[in-house]
Design a binder for this molecule. Structure first.
Ligand SMILES: [Zn+2]
Length: 599
């Protein structure tokens, strides 16, 4: 949270923290007393909580989502229990903050903070009766701890968080974006009728401007340009900017002019499964699956309400994350693996069990190598389960499970074992408990593929031993460790030779590794990015040989990187450092690019 926030002497968080330590029973008693849950529901919820210790949800969420307790009375009771004041939008009181003041406060906040406020549904409402340095905030979830951190972003010394019914909160937000200064509860039905007219206006505009065709073309462009994301950003009431993320950078692609932003958003939402077109005040997520001109397009869609400078408009920011089809990726034999790496990988992939680790730092392409490896072995009779936090590629023929806060890897794995897969792909084993699971799955007879950020194959193996504290199990489980790193290649048009007097200084960094007498540095020209053009990926592969296994078994603790590497070299591995030095030798890269291999 913002460290520059004013020194807030809040009256908000204390009751929550204190109450959180009170026993479950007293909270449930309160809900029973207020008639929100029955005695039996309370008993069942309490048992459910004990039987599902891994579920991270709080009791109110469990009651709402598992036991279908109606939301508004439940939240009101929760607010009451934690001693949050309830504010009704329709109370006839004179407020010191007009909607225009609230809009000013919101406009002054950074965009990311505003998105947080929308996510947690927190809005300024009024100033305290006799204390003008205390802001009153309203939310339907006052017991959420995040809210009390978030409340500090407002430029007031103190704050009070109050409960407002969700429907009233939504109405309040509508009021803020409508530009009106007061709310008239009797007008609700009238505004709903107006709502229908508005949607009809949008439909006519979508038809007139052929918005659906424009969107299809944008989707197609994005897939062809190999963009990873498409951003639709409302700029003016009739101007939506379309940006593509290409190679990690956002760049302007197109502007949809002369069409209301709401119409563009509505047409986009029509294409999306799992999103309510008429909802404009909530964060929403959905999926698009479409075939345009024989190109299959699949993406996740995330919608965020944003503030507009124009009071009559309801803007939303919409981001599409495009899944790449794995079959557009290079095949294993197109990745430039050397003979030894190929042999080790092939041997491990054709075994019926074992853990194969794909290791490399960010952006070195580990998930591409893993996906290519997986595709090389896919056939209809092979039962493959992929468990990932972030899905980069859609792999036909595999069962892909996307993790989320409600579905942790531990939960998923219990069920996965029941599905008896031949191959399990785990996204990342950085978490020691996941590393243990990977080892266990391999040792009970599954072929397991996993990624791990690491600088070399020896370091990755050492990390596995350190994380699991089980050198014997690791020696038994791991069949191969692949490592890869990408080096930027010097642009041949603009590279400059380093003066001989500086070469020795540069070489010092390489700690005596054999390096050439002539070195070049990156300069930068119109044909390259900062003096580099393209990348070269180097690979190394370590097979679990009897020699290596005995190193792990003999030491019985974290093995020495150098000893592991030496055994792998004897088996035929060319270390990545050596390959990097060869690139230096051939004047294709710089000392800077080689340094990560030395340390
Ligand atoms: Zn250049």
């Amino acid at each position: 949270m913002d460290s520059n926030a004013p020194d807030t002497t809040s009256t908000g968080p204390r009751p929550v923290l204190a109450a959180a330590r009170q026993p479950l029973a007293s909270f449930l008693d309160h809900l029973v007393k207020t008639g929100v849950v029955s005695k039996q529901q309370a008993r069942e919820a309490s048992e459910w909580k004990q039987q599902n210790p891994k579920d991270k949800r709080g009791l109110p969420e469990i009651l709402e989502e598992v036991f279908a307790v109606p939301r508004d009375p439940l939240r009101q009771a929760v607010a009451q229990y934690y001693a949050f004041r309830t504010i009704s939008l329709f109370e006839r009181t004179v407020r010191k903050l007009l909607p225009s003041d609230v809009n000013k406060i919101l406009h002054a906040l950074p965009e990311s903070t505003f998105h947080q406020l929308m996510k947690y549904k927190l809005l300024p409402y009024d100033l305290a009766e006799s204390q003008t340095d205390k802001i009153i905030l309203v939310t339907p979830n006052p017991a959420d701890r995040e809210i009390h951190e978030l409340a500090r972003v407002f430029p007031y010394k103190r704050f009070e968080v109050c409960y407002m019914k969700e429907t009233e909160w939504a109405e309040y937000w509508r009021l803020l974006t409508s530009g009106k200064e007061t709310v008239e509860p009797v007008a609700v039905s009238v505004s709903e009728a107006g709502e229908g007219d508005f949607e009809a206006v949008l439909d006519r505009e979508i038809a007139r401007a052929k918005v659906a065709v424009q969107l299809d073309n944008i989707l197609l462009d994005a897939v062809r340009a190999n963009a990873s994301e498409i951003h639709f950003v409302a700029r003016l009431p009739r101007k939506t900017d379309v940006l593509f993320r290409l190679d990690g950078h956002l760049s302007s692609w197109h502007t949809i002019d002369e069409v209301r932003c709401e119409a563009v958003a509505a047409a986009l939402k029509e294409l999306t499964v799992g999103i309510d077109r008429y909802e404009r005040q909530a964060v929403q997520q959905g999926v698009i699956q479409r075939v345009v001109e024989n190109v299959a397009i699949r993406c996740t869609v995330s919608v965020l309400p944003v503030l507009s400078r124009d009071a009559g408009s309801r803007f939303e920011s919409i981001v599409l994350r495009i899944f790449r089809e794995a079959d557009t990726l290079p095949r294993l034999d197109q990745l430039g693996l050397d003979a030894h790496t190929s042999r080790v990988l092939h041997g491990a992939l054709t075994a019926s069990r074992g853990l194969i680790l794909f290791s490399g730092m960010a952006k070195s392409g580990t998930s591409m190598l893993l996906t290519a490896s997986l595709r090389s072995m896919l056939r209809s009779t092979l039962n493959v389960v992929v468990v990932q936090e972030r899905v980069d590629y859609i792999i036909d023929g595999a069962r892909q499970v996307k993790l989320n806060p409600r579905l942790t890897v531990d939960d998923a794995l219990d069920t996965i074992v029941d599905h008896d897969p031949d191959v399990v792909v785990l996204g990342d084993v950085m978490n020691p408990s996941v590393a243990q699971v990977a080892v266990r799955l391999a040792n009970i007879g599954h072929l397991v593929l996993a990624t791990l950020p690491s600088r070399s194959s020896a370091k990755a193996l050492g990390w596995m031993v350190d994380a699991t504290k089980e050198p014997f199990q690791v020696a038994e489980a791991v069949s191969a460790v692949l490592a890869q790193q990408a080096l930027r290649v010097l642009c041949s048009r603009c590279k400059k030779e380093i003066s001989p007097s500086l070469v020795q200084d540069q070489l010092l960094y390489l700690r005596g590794a054999a390096a050439p007498p002539r070195l070049f540095r990156a300069v930068g020209c119109i044909e390259c990015k900062a003096g580099y053009s393209g990348k070269h990926v180097v690979f190394e592969a370590l097979a679990m040989t009897p020699a290596l296994r005995s190193i792990l078994l003999q030491t019985g603790r974290i093995p020495d990187d150098a000893a592991v590497e030496k055994a792998a070299i004897q088996d035929g591995m060319t270390p990545m450092l050596q390959q990097a030095l060869e690139l230096l030798q051939s004047q294709s890269t710089t000392v800077d690019e080689v340094l990560p291999f030395v340390f």
